[in-house]
Write a protein that binds this ligand. Structure first.
Ligand code: Z5A
Length: 209
C-alpha cells in the first residue's frame, strides 16, 4: 500500500502526545513504515524556527512575521522530510500541519484566510493531508489540563478568547472538508480518546485496503 499523509490537530490539552504514541505503535504492529514528525519543526532548521516562534520575548511578534516563519519552516520540512518519505512510499504522521495555521494565525490572530491559502498554494502546491484527526474539546477543559504543565510558551500564554477562535476555526475547517477530517471528542478520558483514534484508523485503513 502506497504511503499516505496523516496529520493530527487539536487545541490545548487535547491529548495529542498520547495519541501520537498510540498511532506510531498502531502502524508498527501492522508493519507499515511510518515517519512521525511535527510542525513547526521536523528538520534542524525548521526546529530552530520553531524555537523562534515559541520563545517568549519582549519584542511583539507581528502576525505576518509569525505567519511567514510558520510557512518558512513548512517549506523546509516538506522539502527535506515529508516529500522524500512520501516518495519512498512511507506513511507520514505530522503533529500539526497547515490546518494549525488556519486555526492559530487565521482564527487566533485574525489573519486573512485567503492570504493563508495563497501561501499554502505557494509552499505546498497541491499537497494536502490524506487524513486529518482533529482532537476537539471545550477550551476551558483543555486549558485546565494544560495548566498542570510547568511553563507556558508564547502561544500557551494567550487569552481564553484566542483559543475559542482557534477551536472555532478548526471546527469550521472540519465541516468544510468532512471527507478529510475525522473529529474525535477529546473531552473524554485518555483511553476513550485513544479508542476513538483507533476506530477512525481501522475504518479508514479498511476503506483504503
Ligand atoms: N502553531 C501555529 O501557531 N501555527 C502553525 O501552523 C503550527 C503550529 C503548525 C506548538 O505546537 C505551537 O505552534 C502550538 C500552535 C503553534 N501552540 N500551542 N498552544 P505543539 O503542538 O508543539 O504545542 P502544543 O499544542 O502545546 O502541544 P504539546 O505541548 O505537544 O501538547 P500535548 O503533549 O499534545 O499535550 P496534551 O496532549 O495537550 O496534554 C496536556 C496535559 O493534559 C498532559 O498532562 C496530559 O496528560 C493531559 N491530558 C491530555 N488528554 C487528557 C485526557 N483525555 N484526560 C486527562 N488528561 C489529559
Amino acid at each position: 500500500m502506497k504511503g499516505r499523509f496523516i496529520t493530527l490537530e487539536g487545541g490545548e490539552g487535547a491529548g495529542k502526545s498520547t495519541c501520537l504514541e498510540f498511532i506510531a505503535s498502531y502502524f508498527s504492529r501492522r508493519q507499515l513504515p511510518l515517519l512521525v514528525t511535527r510542525e513547526p519543526g521536523g528538520t534542524p532548521l525548521a526546529e530552530e524556527i520553531r524555537h523562534l516562534l515559541l520563545q517568549k520575548r519582549n519584542e511583539q511578534v507581528a502576525p505576518d512575521t509569525e505567519l511567514l516563519l510558520v510557512f518558512a519552516a513548512r517549506a523546509q520540512h516538506l522539502e527535506h522530510t515529508i516529500l522524500p518519505a512520501l516518495r519512498r512510499g512511507e506513511w507520514v504522521l505530522s503533529d500539526r500541519f497547515t490546518d494549525a495555521t488556519y486555526a492559530y494565525q487565521g482564527g487566533g490572530r485574525g489573519l486573512s484566510m485567503q492570504r493563508i491559502s495563497e501561501l499554502e498554494r505557494m509552499v505546498q502546491g497541491t499537497l494536502r493531508p490524506d487524513l486529518t484527526l482533529l482532537l476537539d474539546l471545550p477550551v476551558e477543559q483543555g486549558l485546565a489540563r494544560a495548566d498542570a504543565r510547568a511553563e507556558r510558551d508564547r502561544f500557551e500564554s494567550e487569552q481564553h478568547a484566542f483559543f475559542e477562535r482557534v477551536r472555532a476555526a478548526y471546527r469550521e475547517r472540519s465541516l468544510a472538508e468532512p471527507e478529510r477530517f475525522r473529529v474525535i471528542d477529546a473531552s473524554r478520558t485518555l483511553p476513550e480518546v485513544v479508542q476513538g483514534v483507533q476506530t477512525v484508523l481501522d475504518e479508514w485503513l479498511e476503506q483504503g485496503l
